[in-house]
Design a protein around this ligand. Structure first.
Ligand SMILES: [Zn+2]
Length: 287
């Protein structure tokens, strides 16, 4: 999926009188009155709904999509959020190709088999993109989108000279798919002090291990929507593998702290056990 980039450095207040006049005429031609504009100024919820409609390109979502978004509330990151937080500009064709949200109301309101809360409360749903404004959306790209001067941020950043990052395809090449994801927000409870095989055995059939780029994106989106990191201190094993000296290591990611931010770790092999090395979980589409 390709998204064209647009110049959004300037706020609405920089629009010229001519641009504002032409915009108002376009709205008036379709029946918008001064009363509508007054309502935009007076009613924040009305303004929010109008803005969301503009941000999603005027596309009407299905009733199922609207219900899922309402149920998930702040645990949801869709088209509007990509536009609002990352300035992604979607074409009409791209919006039409956006897949339907694959989990129904019964699943979202069911008891989570991992932590016994309600799925809608302990999971985070987001639309994964494989590209953002023309570039592959990799772990490295997520770092570029979240510099050390902002929040959320990373504890360290990619350098081709840094062996922590260099030569790792899951950092520079692996992207998310263009599809909906539903990830368990926190670690899988009780998965510490176990090998990878023991942790995998804890996952019900409806779940799989997410890629590090998907798990990291989820943590970033949680922070965008709530202002806080999903968890801290615990490493979450992801699906990507680093092979070294004959050992496989499923890499892990964690949020160190608000001051240090997110980072990944590849020092634990799959047979290592640690009291803060857990596993991440992603609900398979439609189940
Ligand atoms: Zn849960």
């Amino acid at each position: 999926m390709k998204n064209k980039s647009t110049n959004r450095k300037n706020g609405l207040w920089t629009a010229s009188f001519g641009e504002i006049g032409a915009t108002l005429k376009a709205l008036q031609d379709y029946g918008v009155t001064l009363e509508h504009l007054a309502r935009l100024r007076a009613e924040p919820e009305y303004a929010k709904r109008v803005a969301e409609y503009i941000l999603r390109g005027g596309v009407e979502y299905s009733e199922h999509h609207k219900l899922a978004r309402a149920l998930m509330n702040q645990n949801f990151f869709g088209i509007e959020d990509w536009t609002r937080f990352y300035k992604v500009s979607f074409s009409w064709e791209q919006l039409r190709q956006t897949p339907e949200f694959p989990w129904n109301k019964d699943i979202l309101l069911s008891t989570c088999p991992l932590c016994c809360k309600i799925v809608k409360d302990c999971h985070f749903a987001f639309l994964g993109l494989d590209r953002i404004n023309g570039d592959p959306l990799t772990f490295k790209k997520l770092q570029e989108l979240h510099p050390a001067t902002g929040h959320p941020k990373f504890a360290s950043y990619y350098s081709k000279y840094d062996p922590h990052y260099s030569g790792k395809k899951f950092i520079t090449e692996t992207t998310m798919d263009f599809r909906w994801y539903l990830l368990h927000t926190d670690i899988v409870p009780g998965s510490e002090n176990k090998t990878l095989e023991e942790q995998k055995a804890m996952l019900p059939a409806e779940y799989e291990i997410p890629s590090i780029v998907a798990e990291t994106a989820k943590d970033l989106f949680v922070c965008r929507k709530t202002g806080t990191y999903a968890i801290s201190a615990w490493f979450k094993r992801c699906a990507d593998i680093r092979r070294s000296d004959g050992y496989d290591s499923h890499v892990s990611v964690r949020c160190y702290s608000k001051t240090e931010g997110l980072d990944f770790n590849n020092t634990f092999t799959d047979i290592n056990v640690h009291n803060k090395l857990c596993i991440a979980a992603s609900r398979k589409p439609g189940v």
